[in-house]
Design a protein around this ligand. Structure first.
Ligand code: CAA
Length: 240
């Protein structure tokens, strides 16, 4: 029977490519989303991938939706924590709200979603959790103390949970994408973005499928000995 995979933020950007990549590899995918109902509907019609709307920053919603998916589709064996937002501003202009929103959606969600699936994975003796970090959590980025802190926090979370679950057949890894051709990156002011692209040795933005292919590998049986790692995929922009 095919394994069930949940991808948070799974209908747009990197998450969309991950959802489609896992579907193509034979997994039963549920793509979570938070806004953009029309996009979710057309994504689901086009791809045949189930979509489910909830706020991954809400602990109780994560638990109840995982319970529902388990009942309706099957136990969640693969979790891709991809959902993320930006609220960029230099610290001297950043509000408490901008800090809280980014930490809640980008980091607390990783706790809440992992907490919702971990007991089932432990009982079954199998699981794959992949957390999408960022180059900006590794290198820092002007205007992103909130985002960089959340993305760096994901790496510590990943290593700690990997230690706790290694003997249970569960692997936990992070991927740190660089600048990928998504709506989030395209929202950066063009003059700033061209300076960033000029610093990418490969000379271009990454493609979402280049992250999705790494996810497919890390969830496969071939990657059973890889846990607690952070895979850097950034065209050489920062060598961690
Ligand atoms: N490095 C150094 N100086 C910079 C700078 C940088 N990257 N960016 C701006 N500055 C300087 C400006 O030249 C300007 O200097 P002067 O005051 O001397 O003219 C000053 O900082 C501007 O500062 P402000 O306080 O006015 O900043 P701002 O309110 O205009 O906000 C910003 C700036 C919106 C944060 C802008 O810097 C920005 O968009 N930065 C890029 C953020 C970014 O890369 N976000 C990534 C989003 S995609 C993503 O996050 C995905 C992923 O994982 C990679």
């Amino acid at each position: 029977m095919s394994k069930v995979a949940v991808v948070t933020g799974g209908i747009r950007g990197i998450g969309e490519a991950i959802s489609i990549g896992l579907r193509d590899a034979g997994y039963k995918v549920v793509a979570n989303y938070m806004s953009h109902d029309d996009r979710a509907k057309s994504f689901s019609e086009k791809t045949g991938i189930a979509v489910a709307k909830w706020d991954v920053g809400d602990f109780d919603a994560c638990q109840s939706h995982i319970d529902q998916i388990t009942k309706d589709i099957g136990p969640v064996e693969i979790l891709i924590n991809n959902a993320g937002i930006t609220r960029d501003a230099p610290l001297h202009k950043m509000t408490h709200q901008m800090w809280d929103d980014v930490l809640r959606v980008n980091l607390t969600s990783v706790f809440s979603m992992s907490r919702a699936v971990i007991n089932g994975m432990r009982e079954r003796g199998f699981g794959r959790i992949i957390n999408i970090s960022s180059i900006n959590g590794q290198a820092g980025q002007f205007g992103q103390v909130n985002y960089a802190a959340a993305k760096a926090g994901i790496v510590g979370f990943t290593k700690s949970l990997a230690l706790e679950t290694a003997s249970k057949g569960i692997t936990v890894n992070a991927i740190a994408p660089g600048y990928i051709d998504t709506e989030m990156v395209q929202a950066v002011e063009q003059s700033i973005l061209s300076k960033i692209i000029a610093r990418i040795p490969v000379g271009r933005l990454g493609h979402t499928q280049e992250i999705a292919r790494a996810v497919r590998f890390l969830v496969s049986d071939d990657a059973a000995f890889i846990t607690g790692s952070t895979l850097t995929i950034n065209g050489g922009q920062y060598m961690a």
